[in-house]
Design a protein. Structure first.
Lengths: 142, 314
């Protein structure tokens, strides 16, 4: 896919921003969608700044919290700030603004990532720019 | 009431010229109740450090933009990046929101207390093999406990595992220090309607009169005292499934906790089911659709899905 997001240019990448097992995508209108690739099939959790159908959530002051089927709070989405904050997930928070993608205290600005499986990857162990798709993830299809 | 903030609750990846939305809600709630925001100096300094790192990046970007204009001899007004892009302190942002704020500097006793806990790996620090001695967190803990004891109670907003873990619970309870992980939880503690509670009550209100038939002897008017663990699942065409543990005031005046499950299909009447607290009523997406009549296609949702597919290059 080819996509401009948070001032980065992703060309011919499969997943522009991989946050743990979740693909984060921002469309040209700056709406966030989040797809969990950790299961057998891709599971759409957030669609255009709103919880997707069939996904447990709770509204919060800043936006909403996405939960698992047992009610465990996974992460919080702030559609105004364009930020995703982990709650029970052990990942760094991500904010996608017009001029940058911020992951924790790290800022990605005006990079071009071309021909990689993953553009920016955020794992429990660290972050990386340009890499292969980790094994075991479902294909990014909704 | 003194409301303390750990730095993780105030953490921001943006340059803040005013309070972010969640802290603004907290400030408003505290102002309405004449509560005071207590900012440990550690939190103020950590916020400043984060903001300085962001402001540095912004200044460099503006300087670079000016240099590019100069390079191509494009005229522009002189500007001073340090004056144009400034940081604001966290206490200043709260003060501007109209709430009472106090920055609490650690005392030598707080430092000694934190130092002792860090060195001896005492509660509330979690034993670890990484040699982590979180002095900053322990200083905030010491300040919060001291203030809570002094004023007969306080609130600490923190997601930090040191503050929220089991080890510090007894000590916090003894000092009447309530530790909550988010602004939403703080608002709940203040007995303020939170967004999730408000939505749940809004859905429950039209079905309230059905509760007595389900064995819940509630008065005619809605008497929800508290809403906990609310979760919602959206279905096609505006269907909504909701589940929460609620505390209701009964006709007898007593209070009771029950689990309430709500289902509002796109067409037809909404349903309410009451379970004893502790009974498991799972959120099943399948419960959203009627087995008898398949839901009508949700065109608006399909259109949004189609837009996403286009972005994904499908």
């Amino acid at each position: 896919m080819n996509l401009r997001m948070g001032s980065q240019l992703f060309i011919d990448v499969q997943i522009p921003l991989l946050w743990g097992t979740r693909a984060i995508v921002q469309d040209p209108e700056e709406r966030l969608s989040i797809i969990n690739l950790g299961g057998d099939r891709a599971l759409l959790e957030v669609l255009e700044d709103e919880p997707a159908q069939g996904i447990p959530f709770a509204p919060s002051v800043e936006g909403f919290v996405i939960m698992d089927a047992q009610g465990t709070e996974l992460y919080k989405v702030s559609p105004v700030a364009k930020s995703i904050t982990p709650l029970s997930l052990k990942l760094l928070p991500v904010t996608i603004s017009r001029d940058a993608i911020r992951v924790g205290t790290n800022t990605f600005q005006s990079n071009m990532v071309s021909g990689f499986g993953v553009g920016i990857s955020v794992t429990e162990n660290g972050i990386g720019l340009g890499g292969s798709v980790p094994p075991g993830l479902a294909a990014l299809r909704v | 009431m003194k409301v303390h903030l750990n730095s993780d609750v105030a953490y921001s990846q943006r340059l803040q010229s005013e309070l972010p939305r969640h802290l603004s809600a907290l400030a408003k709630a505290c102002q309405e109740r004449d509560f005071e925001i207590n900012l440990p100096l550690t939190t103020v300094l950590e916020f400043e450090r984060q903001q300085l790192a962001i402001v540095q990046g912004e200044r460099e970007a503006l300087t670079s933009a000016g240099a590019t204009l100069d390079k191509y001899r494009i005229p522009h007004e002189d500007f001073n990046v340090n004056e144009l892009i400034r940081t604001r302190s966290l206490d200043d942002l709260f003060r501007n929101a109209g709430v009472k704020v106090q920055v609490i500097s650690p005392t030598i006793e707080d430092f000694n207390d934190a130092h002792r806990r860090a060195s001896l790996h005492l509660s509330p620090q979690v034993p670890n093999d990484k040699g982590e001695d979180e002095m900053r967190d322990l200083v905030i803990w010491a300040i919060s406990l001291r203030v809570a004891k002094l004023h007969g109670g306080a609130v600490l907003l923190s997601r930090d595992k040191i503050h929220t873990g089991e080890l510090g619970r007894v000590e916090a309870e003894a000092a009447k220090l309530s530790v909550v992980p988010s602004v939403d939880d703080a608002l709940r503690l203040f007995k303020i309607e939170t967004p999730d509670a408000k939505l749940f009550i809004e859905l429950l209100t039209p079905l309230w009169k059905e509760l007595p038939a389900q064995g819940l002897a509630v008065p005619a008017e809605v008497s929800v005292v508290d809403v906990r663990n609310a979760r919602f699942v959206r279905g096609p065409s505006g269907a909504l499934f909701a589940l929460a543990t609620i505390h209701v005031r009964l006709e007898s005046g007593a209070e009771k906790a029950v689990v309430v499950q709500l289902r509002t299909p796109p067409e037809g009447p909404s349903e309410v089911h009451v379970f004893e607290a502790g009974e498991i009523a799972s959120v099943e997406a399948s419960a959203l659709t009627s087995a008898a009549a398949p839901p009508a296609p949700d065109r608006a949702y399909e259109e949004r899905l189609e837009r996403l597919r286009k972005v994904l290059g499908e």
